[in-house]
Design a protein around this ligand. Structure first.
Ligand SMILES: [Zn+2]
Length: 411
């Protein structure tokens, strides 16, 4: 089983310089390859493959001597990542790849020849004369696959080590209603489960977001290129990082609790959840809720990733439901569809059965029901299930009536 372990590393100034060179070179190659591919496609309608680009790296190094200081496998990995980004775009699971920017989080990969030494407390990377000091808060056993080095905008360095732990992947638990849960993700409340449990967004997270808005405004008022602007931007970056960590911590706790308690988790298709719940997403710039929204967007994606890999470790199932299920509008007990439901309605009275319906709880129960229904349909047989039609039902009814014993009033 593959597992990732992330450690803080403490490079010397020389090592930091070489790490930065790696980040810069990888960014340069990635961006150049993206430009080449886009240009080739838009002007000549040809696809430049990774193999071709990879073969061209040798020529590029003759032009740019400084690339030789960098581990060439890291450059190859950049091309591989671009390939993955392209195929995700064509699969429809991601936006078109964009250029990597210098002021964002930087990273590069070492696919081979990394030595992690717990006794010495170091990580040794190809092209580095001395191993880099690392803080190992936990150890692992198994073989190292790839190592990704990253640098945050505030200048911290991390190594994320992907390890093949040789542990056997547990067999999946059966999908049963009694051990399944539906999860409705939202903006106000982070998640509502079909058992009624609510995961509120942590309060300190909201406070930090408010503070972030203030700092961003302040930074934008400082003169461009000035030292004060730089200082203000650094404050923004530090707080950004703090928020990201707080959010991650919260998402880990929530995904841990859910995947431990339940054997099957049903989630909504995220692209759709975004569209439905964030109608003004691409709307007016500077819109007050935009920041909170973009942060909740990112949170949902990360939550799903966490739930997916933790389920993998624990032998649990993840089911997803798609876009055509009316999860909020359908009353889960009586089947009434409330077409007039507004996105601001937190509760509504069902006109059909007079029950008070709590929006998020109702949605999470529907998510659970749809997920299980879809799953049972997939499982029942390899044959596509014929869905009932009006004419079919009519014929069935006639058959039933014909075969039923005649009505005998005397009995
Ligand atoms: Zn009802």
């Amino acid at each position: 089983m593959l597992k990732a372990f992330k450690y803080r590393i403490a490079p010397t100034p020389d090592q930091a310089e070489l790490l930065n060179k790696h980040c810069g070179a990888v960014r340069f190659v990635y961006n150049l390859a993206l430009e080449t591919k886009t240009f080739a496609y838009s002007t000549k309608q040809v696809n430049v493959s990774r193999m071709e680009l990879s073969a061209q790296l040798t020529d590029l190094k003759k032009e740019c001597e400084w690339l030789k200081e960098v581990n060439s496998q890291s450059l190859q990995s950049a091309l591989l990542n671009l390939d993955i980004a392209y195929s995700n775009f064509f699969k429809g699971t991601a936006d078109f790849p964009t250029f990597k920017k210098k002021n964002r989080k930087q990273s590069f990969q070492c696919p081979q020849n990394v030595v992690v030494d717990f006794t010495k407390g170091t990580i040794d990377l190809p092209k580095f004369k001395e191993p880099i000091k690392a803080v190992f808060h936990r150890t692992f056993t198994g073989s190292v696959r790839t190592v990704t080095i990253s640098r945050t905008p505030t200048g911290k360095y991390f190594a994320s080590v992907l390890v093949d732990t040789a542990a056997v992947i547990p067999t999946k638990a059966p999908v049963e209603r009694s051990t399944s849960v539906g999860v409705d993700l939202g903006i106000k409340t982070f998640a509502v489960l079909s058992d009624g449990t609510e995961y509120a967004n942590p309060k300190h997270l909201n406070q930090s977001i408010d503070r972030l808005k203030v700092l961003q405004r302040r930074a934008s008022k400082k003169k461009k290129g000035s030292n004060n602007r730089k200082k203000a931007n650094r404050k923004v970056a530090v707080l950004h990082e703090k928020i990201a960590n707080q959010r991650k911590d919260f998402l880990h706790k929530a995904s841990d609790a859910i995947t431990k308690r339940y054997d099957t988790v049903v989630l909504e298709d995220l692209a759709v959840a975004n569209m439905v719940k964030n109608p003004g997403r691409s709307g007016v710039p500077g819109e007050p809720h935009k920041l909170a929204r973009s942060i909740s967007d990112a949170g949902w994606g990360m939550f799903r990733q966490f739930v997916e890999y933790k389920s993998e470790w624990r032998g649990k199932n993840v089911l997803t439901i798609g876009r055509f299920e009316p999860s909020s509008k359908l009353h889960n007990t009586c089947g009434y569809i409330n077409k007039d439901l507004l996105s601001s309605d937190r509760e509504w009275i069902c006109p059909n059965c007079n029950e008070l319906v709590s929006r998020d709880l109702n949605a999470s129960i529907n998510i659970l029901n749809f997920g299980l229904l879809k799953h049972s349909g997939r499982q029942s047989s390899g044959e596509p299930v014929e869905s009932p039609t009006l004419v079919g039902t009519l014929k069935q009814e006639k058959l039933k009536r014909a075969s039923a014993p005649a009505y005998r009033p005397d009995l």
